[in-house]
Design a binder for this molecule. Structure first.
Ligand code: UDP
Ligand code: MG
Length: 323
């Protein structure tokens, strides 16, 4: 009998949790030879998520939960879940039923066939705005052309991993986490399982355009320093161009005695150089902000409550008094 921990990050998912658990239990009760437990991670929800998790864990001994002191983001929630998992295998999936539990038996088949990891990828991006798909396609092409860590565009954070792979992921303790890249970076052999994209039926997506943009920039700057080299190279090119232009102008004035033409070209060059400098500074700044956040070495999340005995939680003396 193998044990499998299912890690589910939850941020304001009160509406869906019950149906998520029912649907998963329905699918998993038919799977032989595996013992499934759940680790729900409440990522500072403001709705009744925590109360529901408390109740579900009282009613079902295979349901566990971790609860953060505030919203730390899905990446932090996944990390906390992985850290508290003890199973031979670990599954990470969303709470909103966009990751169909029906894929889990297929994942198990791939794992049994000898793969270290079985991951879901979308066949199409049906139900998503055309513009989003196109921008996201551009991002992946750009990012993959820069970085050695090639990220598959249609991969989602729904996968089953073996213990060695989970332990490898836990060794990457960076604060600014970008799981899509981390999963690729640690290596191991992954089987891809395509599935038809499912639209969210309950609750709302937590992504805004701004958070997506930040995600894209983090994705690039977390896995490659090529943008910095690009700046250096374009600096060298601009310098060479400037020298050539200087020489040409000098010769023109000295030899042919032409007067230096001016205002418009000067303005263009000034604007171009100003823009390039600003952009370069921005890129450098992006890397410095990563260094800054990592150097502070703050914890990735703060646990406030859990039904699991975690050394990370300081017991609240008030609860002892009540008991
Ligand atoms: N989530 C989280 N913390 C956050 C945002 C999202 O734990 O700050 C969880 C959320 O509850 C869900 C999963 O991450 O289980 C995916 O979120 P969402 O459905 O909003 O993203 P999408 O499916 O649109 O990519
Ligand atoms: Mg979703």
């Amino acid at each position: 009998m193998h044990s499998v921990d299912i890690i589910v990050p939850c941020y304001n998912e009160a509406e869906v949790l019950q149906s998520f658990l029912e649907e998963s239990e329905r699918v998993l009760s038919a799977v032989q030879g595996y013992r499934f437990s759940y680790i729900f991670v409440n990522d500072g929800s403001r709705d009744g998520t925590l109360e529901i998790l408390r109740r579900m864990s009282r009613e079902n001994e295979r349901v566990h939960y971790l609860s953060f002191s505030r919203n730390f983001g899905k990446e932090a929630a996944m990390f906390a879940g992985l850290k508290h998992s003890t199973g031979d295998y670990v599954i990470v999936m969303d709470a909103d039923l966009q990751h169909p539990p029906a894929l889990i038996p297929e994942m198990i088949k791939e794992i049994e066939a000898g793969h270290d990891c079985a991951a879901a990828c979308r066949k199409s991006r049906k139900g998503e705005k055309g513009l989003t798909t196109r921008i996201s396609g551009l991002f992946y092409r750009f990012s993959n052309s820069l970085s050695d860590v090639k990220m598959p565009q249609n991969a989602v954070d729904f996968r089953m991993m073996s213990r060695p792979m989970v332990n490898a992921i836990l060794q990457l303790s960076e604060v600014e986490r970008f799981s899509k890249g981390i999963f690729v970076w640690v290596g191991f052999d992954t089987a891809w399982i395509p599935y038809e994209n499912v639209e969210r039926t309950m609750g709302t997506s937590k992504w805004s355009f701004r958070s997506l943009l930040k995600y894209a920039i983090d994705g690039i700057t977390s896995f490659t320093v090529k943008p910095l080299k690009l700046i250096r190279n374009s600096g060298i090119l601009l310098f060479i161009a400037a020298i050539i232009y200087l020489l040409v102008t000098l010769i023109k004035t000295l030899v042919m005695g032409k007067d230096v033409p001016g205002y418009a070209s000067l303005l263009c060059v000034a604007l171009f150089l100003g823009g390039t400098l600003q952009l370069s500074l921005g890129i450098v700044g992006e890397y410095i902000s990563h260094i800054y956040l990592e150097a502070k070495d703050r914890p990735i999340y703060i646990l406030k409550e859990s039904d699991l005995a975690s050394p990370e939680i300081t017991p609240d003396p008030r609860q002892k008094e009540q008991a």
